[in-house]
Write a protein that binds this ligand. Structure first.
Ligand SMILES: C[S@@+](CC[C@H](N)C(=O)[O-])C[C@H]1O[C@@H](n2cnc3c(N)ncnc32)[C@H](O)[C@@H]1O
Length: 465
């Protein structure tokens, strides 16, 4: 690939990399590796015959970029296409948090959902993940990816970072994958080269400082900040962490690295950051630093005042109707908004209510059903939930072509008859609902998520199975 890098960028990188610069520039001209992260909760026991992204347990490199749209399993949330370097987040969590404990975690800059779905897989079931994206259209994409992942303990919000000041000392961990000048995306996205300028780097660095200050109070004393960008300049990275350390009581946390990973630790004023360069790692440009806020980790005392909840719980009748649609229903609280019934883990009710009181929540837990008089219509997020009780439904296996036609929202013919809801699945993983009405099958796949491209004559192979 022939790429024209901005002169100032080249000069900066030459200063940073010295004799390594040539190898760096050569690596930038190579195609970017393609990688995915498997949703183990949906494909337990799947043995994947692909090279592992070495700092993960579920990330894999693909030999080339397939047409992901034509793999039913991506629509089922069985895996997520994610750049390999950014999966290093797994090490930050595993090395610094007790993941067996329930944690309250914020992913502040969440869309499209790579880090949020990864965090959701790392946390214990009793943990709460607030996945936020300030730009509303992007927040909808985030909610879609969270729904497909199917964890059920995530609240998707769409708030400006400053709104998180309303939740003081709420989070044990905050992930800020900040909007940045995107130098690490140059080989994947040539537009990032076009948009690069020194002024933009300065603007990004200032915006990152503002974001850090806006959310800082929401982190508990003793809590962990994971800060990352996909850029290399020091201003947006180590210098911003050093700037934060000059304002606030924090310490830089060291992570253990395996030498063969090729990750480069970098120091500045007592701050350690982890740098990913394409000539050293099989991934894109990335930076991460982990910082601990000073102070103990005791939780703040709970108010004894009787609370007025914003969340409304479902009536006994409604919850009895849907209970057996979920595994371990006793562990859930059932919520009702108008005709929509949803479920959140019962131990998260108080925390979720607090988030509802203070922020703009666009999706919470798992939407289960729409109540229509005495009848219930199962909703798409239930089909994609990791906690769905398949035994409560008539399940139909589809082949690749039927699955793709269903995902295109075409009429499909299964040669069956009757009158019931059908859970359609592909390779044992649910794709969504259809309703058998006599000989007809009504397709309930969400219109806005459907595959829009035509199917080729010859269908491709699946990506993971
Ligand atoms: C690097 S991307 C996040 C990628 C995401 N963490 C993932 O792994 O899929 C940065 C995100 O920050 C959002 N953003 C832009 N301006 C912002 C601001 N002022 N405050 C917070 N987030 C912002 C962008 O819309 C974008 O979704």
């Amino acid at each position: 690939m022939n790429m024209q890098l901005p002169n100032t960028f080249t000069e900066r990188m030459q200063r940073l990399l010295a004799q390594d610069y040539r190898a760096f520039e050569e690596a930038l001209a190579q195609p970017a590796p393609v990688s995915i992260r498997i949703n183990r909760a949906k494909v337990p026991g799947l043995s994947v015959n692909l090279p592992l992204v070495p700092w993960t347990t579920s990330g894999f490199y693909l030999p080339e970029r397939p047409l992901f749209t034509l793999d039913p399993l991506i629509h089922a949330g069985a895996y997520y296409v994610q750049e390999a370097s950014s999966m290093f987040l797994e090490q930050a969590f595993k090395q610094t948090c007790d993941l067996s404990q329930p944690l309250q975690v914020l992913d502040l800059c969440g869309a499209p959902g790579g880090k949020s779905t990864h965090i959701a897989s790392l946390l214990s079931a009793g943990s709460l993940l607030v996945s936020n994206e300030v730009i509303r259209s992007r927040a909808n994409i985030l909610a879609e990816n969270i729904t497909k992942w199917g964890s059920g303990n995530v609240l998707v919000t769409s708030n400006d970072p400053r709104d998180f000041g309303k939740l003081p000392s709420f989070f044990d961990v905050m992930v800020i994958d900040a909007p940045c000048s995107g130098e690490g995306m140059f080989r994947k996205d040539p537009q990032a080269i076009e948009e690069w300028s020194e002024e933009n780097v300065n603007l990004c660095a200032l915006r990152q400082q503002r974001i850090l200050m806006d959310v800082w109070d929401a982190l508990k004393p003793g809590g962990m900040l994971v800060y990352s960008t996909c850029t290399w300049n020091e201003q947006e990275n180590e210098e911003n962490m050093a700037w934060l350390a000059a304002q606030e009581q924090i310490e830089s946390v060291q992570l253990e690295l395996q030498p063969e990973w090729g990750i480069v630790p970098a120091q500045l004023n007592g701050i350690t950051g982890y740098r990913f360069y394409p000539h050293k790692v099989n991934g894109e440009g990335f930076f991460m630093a982990v910082m601990r806020k000073a102070g103990g980790t005791e939780s703040s005392p709970k108010s004894s005042r009787k609370k007025k909840y914003k969340l409304t719980t479902a009536g006994k009748k409604e919850r009895e109707l849907v209970q057996n649609w979920f595994q371990k229903p006793e562990e859930y609280e059932w919520l009702q908004y108008g005709e929509i019934l949803s479920a959140i883990p019962a131990n998260l009710f108080e925390a979720a209510d607090e988030v509802y009181q203070k922020l703009y929540v666009i999706y919470a837990g798992t939407e289960i059903a729409e109540v229509k008089g005495k009848k219930l219509k199962p909703l798409h997020p239930l089909a994609l939930s990791q906690h769905l009780n398949k035994k409560a439904f008539a399940v139909v296996d589809l082949d690749m072509e039927q699955a793709l036609r269903y995902l295109r929202k075409e009429d499909i013919n299964l040669g069956s008859s009757g009158n019931e809801w059908l859970l359609l699945q592909y390779q044992n993983i649910p794709l969504g609902w259809a309703k058998q009405v006599g000989n007809r099958i009504n397709n309930y796949f969400p219109k806005e998520w459907r595959i829009r491209m035509d199917l080729p004559q010859e269908l491709p192979q699946g990506v993971i199975a």
